[in-house]
Design a protein around this ligand. Sequence first.
Ligand code: SF4
Length: 107
Amino acid sequence: MSKIARRTFIQLSAVAAAGVVVAPGRKAAAQDLPQLTEDDPMAQAMKYVHDASKVDPATRANPAEVQNCANCALVQGADGDAWRPCQIFPGKVVNAAGWCSVWAPKA
Ligand code: SF4
């Protein structure tokens, strides 16, 4: 398991242990969900920000790669939407230009 995959696995395990992972197949309408705030305790735990450009690339697992919610494997909803559901933050939408420490590349 790569260093990035191991770190992502550990972070996802922590979220699952907290009982907040959305059941597979459950989809919410993005327009009906509240926007995640940066001061949300879970957002802070995952270092979520609305603007990925504010994150020091050197702190990312792969600083050379452009990382934001829109190109993360865990984002849901429709491409092009400004706010989209995310598997890590069930019941809320994240900014497509945002980022958190759980970011993972799409396969
Ligand atoms: Fe954005 Fe991905 Fe983090 Fe969800 S897991 S907030 S889509 S970077």
